[in-house]
Design a protein around this ligand. Structure first.
Ligand code: BGC
Length: 750
């Protein structure tokens, strides 16, 4: 379709109309020109397509579908291929159901464990989040169905999500919050981007030209359309000008009228409207012209895949020889989630699962007894349920407690109040530990919980919100049919108060300041060398791995060069397993305040016992860079960088250094406040300064008199921080203000 020509044929009213939805889930059709409507549906971890026989308010039931593991789980797989396959499966379901865009993935950074929507989000680390998102997007779009990466930008809490302003400094936005989107947008080219409800530094995301146009389109080359989160439009005309193309859901014609009036009044250029119409139609036709009419939504097959996917995501947090369970071992499955797992979160991502399977029913072939232990609807302890569970545990060789957060504890729309499990569950775990020494806790939750009992149990398996097939997947991992290979995409702090955003999360009134800056998650815990419950990247296996022969292809380089890193990984245990090799870059201590390490690469590999594979990483400038707000660019300080390879941010197994030379000369701003130390960094500044040595001699006289021993070093340190204007006050009258000005001018010319 020649979309430009089509737009040229459209009336002003038709073009304005196209910029908002027809109803909750469709773009507008234009019958006169045979322009079709396109359906969009939530996402991100299953198809939530509203049953079209129903109402148009979006509150009707959605069709029966398959719920895959949520973002919290899929990110833990650290598996690009798996995410691609999940995406491909979702894309196929969309083709079969005539859905043009699936609303996701959701990549917002987990700033605090309390965000009600963390279960949908991927990580506290932007590199991991963007890599995982890119794979899912590529998978969906390989089936010629669009994605909508969301929620752009700085939407990291549910509290006042529609009115709150996220106050974030530019470097933090660049390095953390934008970065989570950047890699996915540039690599995977999502068809659409969904802007968030909140404001960013006082301006609604929907009308933030800096991010919607300058960063997203001009810098990153995004060429799809921007859609508002449902109801996120603030003021339609400025929003359109800022780069927000499609308003969803419908505005009942009100905003279409505003657009028409603005064009007629000359306050909005028709070109802006044409561009938006073009962007929307490009996507409508990309879907329309690539329909796969043979696609079938095979729910049973997708359910089986959801089970496999869930097992690949699970994170074995602790194992003191208790797992995998021997199949003849008498086990007690305790806790209501064994019978009815919590496998997804509340809100727009909620899937109408066509079936669900519990661990209890999937463990039918094993000698398992069950006791409920607690009630998910109540937080209070039910002594009768506890007593039944204790009795069952006493008789069993191993007690597996299925714990986690009930629905009401975390959901879209509000944040968690604390990081604890329900009291009744903590109590149950502690009571069971008194009668059985082989306790395993299986956790169903969308974000970290405090574990006061962590030292008392022998095993902890984090299954997150694992989708409708989580029951079978849990059994597969517990009994060793699948060797766990998930790793945490977020740190589990010991307690909520340890989290770097603790003091400023959720802000005051309609303002939330991101005071921890770039020190999000492990960037903070590791720099502070704080104890954590489980570090970022942590995850155990039923086998063991060894790293050897780490090699860098160079030990010195310019920041424009590429560095290749290799390591051999061997499976040293006796069963097949998958290892996630994580690469962290540790910058030198320079002038810029930086986290001690940042994830810049990861690879997941499968290894048979005794098998060795070589893993290769390629690092470019960006892997070493911070965002320099003076230069308005990514920049690398010269110095010695360590490349660290390991199994978590705290388990580093191999490390090597590379000396990097910056190719960007960064000059200090020169004025009377510039210090001698900064001036001396300028090439040839020494020669000029030498001419003024006389004026500095006064400092020599102070030696001995006032400074005591070790005066040489002290003088040097004092001088380093002496600003130019100090020449007048401390120069013994040898230099006038004019002389100092002259010196400044000479320095500026260097
Ligand atoms: C959510 C989005 C979702 C949209 C449509 C909004 O409330 O924030 O994530 O895609 O609704 O359901």
């Amino acid at each position: 379709m020649d979309v430009k020509a089509l737009v040229a044929k459209m009336t002003l009213e038709e073009k304005a109309g196209l910029c908002s939805g027809q109803d909750f889930w469709h773009t507008k059709a234009v019958e006169r020109l045979q322009i079709p409507a396109m359906m969009v549906s939530d996402g991100p971890h299953g198809l939530r397509k509203q049953d079209e026989s129903g109402d148009h308010l979006g509150i009707n039931d959605s069709i029966k579908a398959v719920c895959f593991p949520a973002g919290c789980a899929t990110a833990s797989s650290f598996d690009r291929e798996l995410l691609y396959k999940i995406g491909e499966t979702l894309g196929n379901e969309c083709q079969a159901e005539g859905v043009g865009v699936i609303l996701g993935p959701a990549v917002n950074i987990k700033r605090s464990p309390l965000c009600g929507r963390n279960f949908e989000y991927f990580s506290e680390d932007p590199y991991l989040a963007s890599e995982i998102a890119a794979s899912q997007i590529k998978g969906v779009q390989s089936r010629q169905v669009g994605t909508s990466i969301k929620h752009f930008l700085a939407n990291n809490q549910e509290h006042r999500r529609m009115s709150s302003s996220s106050e974030v400094d530019e470097r933090t936005l660049r390095e953390i919050y934008l970065s989570a989107f950047e890699g996915a947008v540039t690599q995977a080219k999502p068809w659409t981007v969904m802007c968030s409800y909140n404001k960013i530094n006082g301006t609604y995301a929907a009308e933030n030209k800096t991010y919607l146009t300058e960063v997203l389109r001009d810098e990153w080359g995004f060429d799809g359309f921007v859609v508002s989160d449902w109801g996120a439009v603030n003021d339609r005309v400025p929003d359109l000008e800022a780069g927000l193309d499609l308003e969803m859901p419908t505005s009942f014609g009100l905003n279409d009228k505003k657009i028409v009036e603005a064009v007629k009044a000359g306050t909005l250029s028709e070109e802006v409207l044409d561009k938006a119409a073009e962007r929307i139609l490009n996507i409508v036709y990309r879907f329309e012209e690539n329909r796969d009419t043979t696609a079938v939504f095979d729910r049973e097959a997708d359910h089986e895949f959801a089970r496999k996917a869930a097992s690949e995501c699970m994170v074995l947090l602790k194992n003191e020889g208790v797992l995998p369970l021997a199949k003849e071992k008498k086990a007690a499955f305790l806790g209501a989630f064994a019978e009815k797992p919590r496998y997804q979160g509340g809100g727009s991502s909620h899937i109408n699962s066509f079936k669900t399977e519990s661990a209890l029913e999937m463990a039918a072939e094993y000698p398992v007894v069950y006791a409920k232990g607690y009630d998910t609807k109540e937080d209070k302890i039910d002594e009768k349920l506890v007593a039944e569970a204790v009795n069952a545990a006493r008789e069993a060789e191993v007690a597996v407690i299925f714990a986690g957060l009930p629905d009401a504890f975390e959901s879209e729309g509000y944040d968690r109040q604390h990081m604890r499990l329900p009291e009744c569950q903590n109590h149950l775990i502690q009571e069971i530990c008194k009668v059985n020494e082989n306790v395993v806790v299986v956790l169903h939750n969308g974000s970290p919980v405090e574990m006061p009992w962590a030292d008392q149990v022998k095993g902890i398996l984090e299954v997150y919100l694992g989708g409708q097939a989580v029951g079978g997947a849990t059994v597969d991992v517990l009994y060793g049919k699948v060797n766990p290979s998930g790793h945490l995409a977020e740190t589990f702090p010991v307690k909520l108060q340890d989290n770097p955003s603790y003091l400023s999360y959720v802000g005051e009134g309609n303002k939330v300041e991101y005071r921890e800056g770039v020190f999000v998650g492990y960037r903070y815990y590791d720099t502070k060398e704080m104890d954590v419950l489980f570090p970022f990247g942590h995850g155990l296996s039923y086998t063991t791995f060894a790293y050897s022969n780490m090699k860098l292809d160079k030990t010195e380089m310019d920041d424009t060069d590429t560095l290749t890193v290799q390591v051999d990984v061997t499976n040293t245990g006796d069963c097949f397993g998958k290892e996630v090799v994580q690469l962290y870059v540790m910058p030198p201590k320079g002038n810029v305040i930086r986290p001690v390490k940042e994830l810049k690469g990861f690879e997941k590999i499968g290894l048979e016992p005794k098998e060795t594979k070589t893993v290769t990483f390629t690092l470019e400038k960006r892997a070493f860079a911070y965002y320099d707000t003076d230069l308005q660019a990514w920049n690398v300080e010269s110095g010695s960088y360590q490349i660290a390879l390991g199994q978590s941010s705290r388990t580093i197994l191999a490390k090597q250094k590379v000396e990097i030379r910056s190719t960007t000369e960064k000059r200090p701003e020169l004025n009377m406040d510039t210090t001698f130390g900064d001036i001396m960094e300028i090439p040839r500044a020494k020669e000029v300064m030498a001419e003024f040595a006389g004026a500095l001699s006064i400092f020599g006289q102070m030696e001995g008199d006032t400074l005591g021993e070790g005066t040489g070093d002290m003088m040097e340190a004092m001088m380093r921080y002496m600003p130019l204007r100090g020449l007048i006050a401390f120069g013994g009258g040898k230099l006038t203000f004019e002389d100092t000005e002259k010196l400044l001018e000479r320095l500026k010319k260097l």
